[in-house]
Design a protein around this ligand. Structure first.
Ligand code: NAP
Length: 515
């Protein structure tokens, strides 16, 4: 532990006057980055009556589930940490996956979160009855809580494409999100479907080993080079001695990413142009063969799909043992992948780098809010939330990294920290007895989501590409404004946007707090 607890603490507390504070039973769903953070912040706010339910056997979320070769983070390591806990031990500017997992394990241990986690306990249902959430785990435990914080992450359910014949493949197949380390790729004919961020990390890491690599690309992607560097023992020691230096580095990177990527995606022309130039130059400088380069050149604007940042993909794909296949896949057969031109690409191993179901959030958990409203009904027309945090009809339920959070080429940790600060302020209203139930007003939620939709026109996500950013209606489930605006929005809840109820009615105090 290297820092005093939150500087946001005073911000997260609303004035409680002379009222006595009560302590809510809180359930946190998930022990990944945002679940650990929620636990640390609750403790810091004086709430230790929380339990974390984790479906797996250890903490770490996406950094536990993803173990594929080449796994790393394309956000600088010293920016990808909690503000209250730096990590002088990172070996590279862009950290490797196992180091990030270890970092979360260490924070969970040092901040005493681990004893509060119930492992191998997946919450499968939650129902709101009489101001309480009644939940069940997959093995039949019943859990009751005043407040639920969903910290399930975004990209955790691997997406398996419905390609004909996938189940008939006679070799070994697995998804990158569930890498099968029992399979030795040495000398094998390996196929990989997909050319997103994951594939671009996997391919350079396995190319030396495989006998032959067939890369099935449906859509080319823009790739920026990664300015990787190794940290020397001396520089690690410097950070160890001076945690303030780590904080400064975190701030500098955050400023840089905010001024470039975060602005480019919401319409700033100069950073868009710079990202475009750099990614085009990267492709041109690495791929000299015009025919191959044409195959690798996207026909959409850089950043429309999440821009990939990584090294080695262009080099790997030009190795004699690699083959970039751009023809559509017809079907999968026992011995390989057949493309629409009739060619069978024989394979021993098939790797699906086909991404995730990004719009599940806490589902498939069944959720029933007030008046029998189910989460599937609430999200029938697309996933949405009030300020990415809460939902009308689901009182005392809060989401970390919920719909329309500003995800993508920025540190999710910074975003989660802002969100938990906002959520704690809402929880304070329950604690100081201003209300027993708090939920956003439907009109406020609608207004917010209409504003979001209205602002999407200026973003890169609607400039003509398919991506996991888009929901089932083709609307980007993203934050269309600047990161600064998100910071501002998350600084304090606007209480006129919420219904606050006591004993089932809008109390005078609650009414007063709402105006
Ligand atoms: P992804 O970006 O969704 O890419 C999936 C790939 O699979 C795409 O190339 C897609 O083609 C292809 N695909 C899907 N269905 C297909 C089908 N039926 N036939 C052929 N191709 C198909 O998934 P990802 O690479 O796992 O990355 C997901 C996200 O994870 C990233 O955007 C990023 O946010 C995160 N991530 C981050 C890092 C990091 O360093 N921070 C690293 C890895 C991943 P189309 O493009 O044509 O749809």
């Amino acid at each position: 532990m290297n820092a005093p607890l939150s500087e946001n603490m005073s911000e997260s507390k609303l004035k409680t006057g002379s009222k006595s504070l009560r302590t809510p039973d809180v359930v946190i769903i998930g022990a990944g980055m945002s679940g650990i953070l929620s636990a640390v912040r609750l403790h810091e706010a004086g709430i230790d009556s929380y339990t974390v339910y984790e479906k797996a056997a250890s903490v770490g979320g996406t950094w536990r589930d993803n173990t594929y070769p080449g796994l790393s983070c394309d956000v600088p390591a010293h920016m990808y940490t909690y503000s209250f806990e730096s990590n002088p031990d990172f070996s590279h500017r862009f950290a490797m996956g196992p180091e990030i997992r270890q970092y979360f394990e260490r924070v969970a241990k040092e901040y005493d979160v681990l004893p509060k986690v119930k492992f191998n306990k997946e919450l499968v249902s939650a129902k709101y009855v009489d101001n309480k959430w009644h939940m069940k785990t997959q093995d039949g435990d019943e859990v009751i809580a005043d407040i639920v914080i969903s910290a399930c992450g975004v990209l955790h359910h691997p997406y398996t494409p419905g390609i004909e014949g996938l189940d008939t493949f006679a070799g070994t197949k697995f998804h990158t999100g569930r890498w099968d380390h029992g399979v030795d790729l040495a000398g094998k004919k390996v196929g990989i479907i997909g050319t997103g961020s994951t594939s671009v990390q996997v391919i350079p890491a396995i190319i030396d080993k495989v006998g032959h690599l067939s890369v099935f690309q449906r859509t080319p992607q823009w790739i920026l080079p990664l300015a990787q560097k190794t940290y020397s023992d001396k520089s690690k020691e410097r950070l160890r001695r001076n945690p303030k230096l780590a904080a400064r580095i975190r701030n500098i990177y955050s400023w840089l990413f905010e001024k470039t990527f975060a602005r480019a995606v919401v319409g700033a022309k100069l950073p868009q142009m710079l990202v475009g130039l750099a990614s085009r130059h990267h492709l041109k400088s690495k791929v000299k063969d015009p025919a191959l380069r044409a195959k690798l050149t996207p026909d959409y604007q850089p950043m429309c799909k999440r821009i990939i940042i990584g090294n080695g993909f262009y080099e790997a794909i030009q190795r004699p043992k690699a083959n970039l296949i751009t023809g559509d896949i017809e079907r999968i057969e026992p011995t390989g992948v057949r493309t629409k031109d009739g060619v069978l690409h024989p394979l021993d191993v098939l790797i699906l780098a086909t991404g995730f179901k990004a719009h599940n959030f806490m589902r498939p958990m069944e959720m029933i809010g007030e008046s029998g409203l189910t989460i599937d009904q609430a999200w029938e027309k697309g996933t949405q939330a009030h300020r990415s945090i809460s939902l009308p009809g689901f009182p005392n339920f809060f989401m970390m990294i919920g719909p329309n959070s500003p995800i993508g080429n920025y540190s999710l940790i910074s975003i989660a920290e802002l969100q938990v600060n906002y959520i704690l302020q809402l929880i304070d209203l329950w604690r100081d007895q201003t209300c027993d139930a708090i939920e956003p007003k439907p009109q406020a939620t609608e207004r917010f989501n209409e504003a979001i939709k209205g602002a999407m026109g200026g973003t890169v996500w609607v400039t003509g590409c398919q991506s996991w950013y888009l929901d089932k209606n083709g609307n980007p489930a993203m934050w269309p404004w600047t990161y600064e605006r998100f910071t501002e929005d998350m600084s304090h809840p606007r209480l006129d946007e919420f219904n606050l109820r006591r004993n089932g009615c809008n109390s005078a105090e609650a009414e007063a707090a709402s105006v």
